[in-house]
Each structure stands twice: as structure tokens, then as C-alpha cells.
Design a protein around this ligand. Structure first.
Ligand code: 5GP
Length: 193
């Protein structure tokens, strides 16, 4: 291990869904950085090929609520009405003990909470789609959400874009290769600082 657990760093990626942040996060995880992905807990059901303990810890709403009461979450959010998402303290312990800095793919409010709790240790990145029209095309292109869900996500995206100035860096994800190179350079310099 190259650092003590409490010296581990945090790198937060937040963005409206459909901005391509997950692709950027996956790209970083394939580089030669000592990074581990923070697996969030959620009360939603798995989609497609998603697996418990890999993509999310899938909990029932009752299980999620009891973890809130026990103080198990570093942050949690009712991201969509009736659907909870949160970061467990145990994820930081797990990854830091393994000698990895923690990479988060979470919503903008959760991202701001984490940055506030770890102002120096945390790098916060906001991934912005080039326009709302591009975002809408991407969401439809994924083919995973109903029309109603797409409308919900677009309404939420408009609000989320107003959080961009609170982040350390804003990455405009127009050309994927350019965005990948940009985040790699930012993360490299943060990890060496
Ligand atoms: P999805 O259902 O598409 O996987 O995720 C929906 C939203 O929940 C995304 O914006 C995602 O970033 C956010 N999210 C995932 N995990 C967490 C978390 O641990 N905390 C918070 N606040 N948001 C999360």
C-alpha cells in the first residue's frame, strides 16, 4: 500500500445522466492509477445485466432506511421520488484499506456533499453535455428508460446543470477522446499533488 487509509483521496464525478460520465469513469478505471470504484447502495431494482455488489448494493427500501438510521451513509439522496441512492462509509474503508483512492459516480448533490466533507482530499469533476438536445438524444439512444423516465431525467438535468460552478473542474463531453484525455491529465496531476 502506498498510503495510510486516512490519506486516501476521493475523486467525484457528477453529471446529469446521459452526459457520458460513466464512460469517463470506466476509462479512468482502465488506466494505471490506484483507483477503486465506490459501489453505491440503491433502493431501485437492477436494470439489464446489473449485478448486486458490482454495479450497486441493491437494497429494499426498508433495508435502506435502517442503514440511514444506523448512520451507515457518508451521504444519501432521494435522487428520484421514492428511489434512494447513497454512499456507505464502509466503501471508503474497503477501498482505502486496499490502497486505492476512491472514485465516485454520483449525483450532483451527493458530489457537493462529499466535497464539503473532504475539501482538500477530494477532487470534484462535473461532466457537462454539449447541449440539452444532445443529452435528450443520448438518453433516447440508450433505450433503457421509459418515456416518463426520460422526461424526469431531462427535468432533473436542467436543475443539475446549475450546480456546475460548485465543482473543481467542468468537463464538456462533446468529443469523447478529448474528454478522456482531459480527465486523465486532471486526475494524474491531482494524484501526484
Ligand atoms: P441510475 O439509476 O441511472 O444508475 O442512477 C441515477 C442517479 O443516481 C445518477 O445520477 C447517479 O449518479 C446517482 N447516484 C448513484 N449512486 C449514488 C450515490 O451513492 N449517491 C448519490 N447521491 N447519487 C447516486
Amino acid at each position: 500500500m502506498s498510503f495510510k487509509p486516512h490519506q486516501g483521496k476521493l475523486i467525484v464525478f457528477s453529471a446529469p445522466s446521459g452526459s457520458g460520465k460513466t464512460t469517463l469513469v470506466q476509462h479512468l478505471l482502465c488506466q494505471d492509477f490506484p483507483l477503486g470504484f465506490s459501489i453505491s447502495a440503491t433502493s431501485r431494482s437492477p436494470r439489464g445485466q446489473e449485478k448486486n455488489g458490482t454495479d450497486y448494493y441493491f437494497l429494499s427500501e426498508t433495508e435502506f432506511q435502517s442503514k440511514i438510521v444506523q448512520g451507515d451513509f457518508l451521504e444519501y439522496e432521494e435522487v428520484y421520488a421514492g428511489t434512494f441512492y447513497g454512499t456507505l462509509h464502509s466503501e471508503l474503508d474497503r477501498l482505502w484499506r486496499a490502497g486505492k483512492h476512491v472514485l465516485f459516480d454520483i449525483d450532483v448533490v451527493g458530489g457537493c456533499h462529499i466535497k464539503k466533507q473532504f475539501p482538500k482530499q477530494c477532487l470534484s469533476l462535473f461532466v457537462q453535455p454539449p447541449s440539452m438536445a444532445v443529452l435528450e438524444n443520448r438518453l433516447r439512444g440508450r433505450g433503457t428508460d421509459s418515456e416518463e423516465k426520460i422526461k424526469q431525467r431531462l427535468a432533473k438535468a436542467a436543475k443539475e446543470l446549475t450546480y456546475a460552478p460548485q465543482f473543481d473542474h467542468v468537463i464538456i463531453n462533446d468529443d469523447l477522446k478529448t474528454a478522456q484525455a482531459e480527465v486523465t491529465a486532471i486526475v494524474q496531476s491531482f494524484l501526484h499533488s
